[in-house]
Design a protein around this ligand. Structure first.
Ligand code: NDP
Length: 406
């Protein structure tokens, strides 16, 4: 049993902590630390009620923007691994503290500076040598997408393809929470991501599009047709490097018309701005203010119905060099996620893979000093565990991927 520190007690942190507690044979004691300790206490209480076999759970307070505070936290608890499910802004400070204290690291989103809506792996990949020299493993992007999307791709490469040529990651949320506008994870991070230019990989270079400019209808299992929009998503960056035979890599996400109308208004009236404005002598960032008045993603679960469906549609050459189309996906029910953890499916599909990645590290399956994306590890034990921990996946071989019409 190994001690872990989970940093972040939002929707995703709650799921990670619940799922770790369900596996006292691997995890324990568990420390939940965040900026607001009362939130960690509430998560710990809910776990003690829901999971009778839970190991000891401690809570603590930390400002993860501060390396000295993080170092104190890690020296106080001496964990083997930090599971970082705070915000992408804290990735580098937490990695610095891990290096200083000799602790391994896992996260679900790549680093993004607060004052620039721009994410890429270069900042975290720059830590490779230091983690390697320290004999520490850092696992990057271990949620669903990024995360399972990379593991699905690694599984396809290992078991089905000799050459993958076209990769489309498709992310559908067909759930209905009954609110006019709400985001499914941290609103600030979510709106920054969606309002950026789109970007995809084509024949060895990145092609930039306007925000949500390219879209079309895709059919999702057990859901049906949904309008899907091309976004830039971080896992594309590592996947095209790790699988150089890929000629085109794209990422699609579904949005309803109501959501898009609200988003357009938010942008048009300046509420998506991330620079400071002066309001009655106080400096505020409009998007951070908006977050404070929007529904909290953690509170959406109770009335959320329907499913998410996230997967990879891949074509290329099979192990014998013949043409192959392949679709691997998971559907997750908002209701089932809520019954188990009190959180909706978007937090659940992120938190479960983070726990499974941590379990892979702690059981020795995914130990590799350095800084690595998930597709660099063996996908088989991960996907086996994912299926038994609430996210079963399915494969369709030789079907119509629909993506060429987009
Ligand atoms: P929430 O906003 O619900 O929770 C974030 C948590 O981090 C809160 O507990 C917050 O504390 C804490 N936090 C923020 N800043 C600090 C800080 N400086 N020091 C300590 N704690 C801090 O976010 P979510 O749970 O929705 O998302 C968590 C992460 O998961 C994000 O990085 C997001 O990008 C990622 N994600 C990844 C996905 C994937 O598939 N890979 C999908 C969805 C999300 P407090 O509330 O006190 O401010």
């Amino acid at each position: 049993m190994a001690k872990v520190v989970i940093i972040g007690a939002g929707g995703v942190g709650t799921v990670v902590a619940h799922k770790c507690a369900q596996h006292p044979e691997v995890f324990g004691p568990i420390v939940i630390a965040s900026r607001t300790k009362s939130k960690c206490d509430a998560v710990a209480d809910s776990i003690r009620k829901a999971v009778p076999q839970a190991p000891e759970i401690y809570t603590d307070r930390v400002d993860a923007d501060s390396v000295p505070e993080l170092v104190e936290l890690l020296n106080r608890h001496k964990p083997v691994l930090v599971i970082n499910v705070a915000l992408p802004y804290q990735d580098l400070t937490i990695m610095d503290a891990c290096l200083e204290c000799g602790v391994n690291y896992l996260d679900t989103a790549n680093y993004e500076p607060k004052d620039e809506a721009h994410f890429e792996y270069s900042w975290q990949w720059a830590y490779r040598e230091r983690f390697e020299k320290a004999g520490l493993t850092a696992i990057l992007g271990c949620g669903f997408d990024p995360g399972v999307s990379g593991v699905f791709t690694a599984y396809a490469a290992k078991h089905h393809f000799s050459e993958m040529e076209y990769l489309d990651i498709v992310d559908c949320n067909a759930g209905d929470h009954g609110k006019a506008f709400a985001t499914n994870f941290n609103p600030e991070i979510n709106i920054r991501e969606i309002t950026q230019n789109g970007r995809y990989w084509q024949d060895g270079k990145w092609v930039t599009t306007g925000p949500l400019e390219i879209h079309g209808s895709l059919t999702y299992p057990r859901i049906g047709a949904r309008e899907s929009y091309l976004l830039y998503h971080e896992e594309l960056e590592s996947l095209v490097q790790n699988y150089p035979t890929i000629k085109r890599a794209r990422f699609w996400m579904t949005f309803g018309q109501e959501y898009l109308t609200h988003l357009r208004v938010i942008q048009n009236i300046g509420m998506a701005r991330i620079d400071e404005v002066d309001y009655n002598g106080t400096k505020i960032v409009p998007l951070q203010f908006l977050k404070a008045v929007l529904p909290n993603p953690q509170d959406l679960g109770e009335n959320y119905h329907g499913e998410t469906s996230i997967g990879c549609r891949i074509s290329g050459k099979d192990k014998n060099g013949n043409p192959l189309t392949y679709y691997i996906y998971n559907n997750c029910s908002h209701e089932a996620a809520y019954r188990e953890t009190g959180m909706q499916a978007v937090s659940y599909t992120t938190g479960v893979p983070a726990m499974v990645g941590a379990m892979m590290f702690l059981t020795g399956e995914w130990v590799k000093p350095g800084v690595h994306n998930v597709e660099e590890f063996n996908p088989d034990p991960f996907l086996q565990q994912l299926a038994t921990d609430g996210l079963p996946w399915e494969e369709i071989i030789g079907g119509d991927l629909e993506v060429d019409k987009l």
